[in-house]
Design a protein around this ligand. Structure first.
Ligand code: RIB
Length: 291
């Protein structure tokens, strides 16, 4: 058991490194600039692949140089690109990322990612049926996410839904996804909870399903009897972009290798901590030998 299918976004990240985050109407001089591979789906696929999983990516790129750049990046990192569709006359997704004050601000323009529709899921059903686990995020149409998770649920294929960027999820989607992995802020949005709601009360309603990442405070879930907190690893932070994606990719890799939930979360925490020590979403993602 080692096969993961990722259904999700593929972006090219334009990363601006600055000492100061510009306010509205302000121009600031930055320190550095990089063009790197990104997109939550792509990042999670790469994270799992670097950790030794057999990964197939289902997604869309445009018919432009960014699309070629993304495909070459996948190939160099051993991610299977046979289910990536090139969409004519449409740009590949891009993300503008400002890294300042040990944190990032991101604007994503979806481009080809929003062409990933139900018909493409139908086209790749064979690959989905062969998967031990399917992983999704929310940078593709919600109708596609719901359709794919329904299909996996009907066929007893485990899913991880990383609900980012966060929007309120339907009751059915929450029920049918095997694991849902929001951060603390996303958690309340996806469940339609009040901002002041108690995280532990929320967790108790979704045993062994809702896994909340809380940065340096670690990760929490409810195991059916107790709230479990798995501590994070302390490291020197260079860039947190892609830390959540590394967590998800590594969590998927651990689950298809039959780790129990606690050990899988610890493995994912460790991988995520390593990922923030380098600039760019994918550069710091560890290979299995580094774990
Ligand atoms: O999670 C980080 C990712 O979010 C970036 O790579 C960017 O492309 C956006 O999708």
């Amino acid at each position: 058991m080692n096969k993961i299918v990722v259904i999700g976004s593929i972006n090219v990240d334009l990363v601006f490194i600055s000492d100061i985050r510009p306010k509205a109407g302000e121009t600031v001089l930055g320190e550095d600039f990089r063009t790197v591979a990104g997109g939550k789906g792509a990042n999670q696929a790469v994270a799992a692949s670097k950790l030794g999983a057999d990964v197939v990516m289902i997604g869309c790129v445009g018919d432009d140089s960014n699309g070629e750049f993304s495909l070459n990046n996948f190939k160099s990192l051993n991610v299977n690109t046979s289910c990536i569709t090139k969409i004519q006359d449409t740009p590949t997704g891009v993300a503008n990322i400002i890294v300042a004050d040990n944190d990032n601000s991101i604007i994503v323009v979806s481009g080809a990612n929003y062409k990933l529709d139900k018909a493409l899921i139908d086209r790749y059903k064979k690959e989905i049926l062969e998967a031990d686990l399917v992983m999704l995020q929310l940078e593709i149409p919600m109708s596609t996410v719901e359709y794919a998770i329904n299909y996996c649920h009907e066929n007893n294929i485990k899913t991880i839904l990383n609900p980012a960027p966060a929007v309120k999820l339907s009751k059915e989607l929450i029920e049918r996804a095997t694991y849902i992995t929001p951060n603390e802020h996303e958690c309340k949005i996806i469940l339609g909870e009040d901002i002041n709601a108690d995280i532990k009360d929320i967790l108790r309603r979704y045993p062994n399903k809702l896994i909340i990442t809380m940065g340096e405070k670690g990760v929490m879930y409810f195991d059916g009897s107790d709230i479990v907190t798995v501590p994070s690893y302390k490291v020197e932070v260079v860039d947190t972009t892609g830390a959540g994606d590394t967590f998800n990719g590594a969590f998927a890799r651990a689950m298809v290798n039959d780790y129990n939930l606690k050990d899988a979360v610890d493995f994912a925490n460790k991988a995520a901590s390593k990922s923030v020590t380098k600039l760019g979403a994918q550069a710091g993602m560890p290979y299995i030998e580094e774990m």
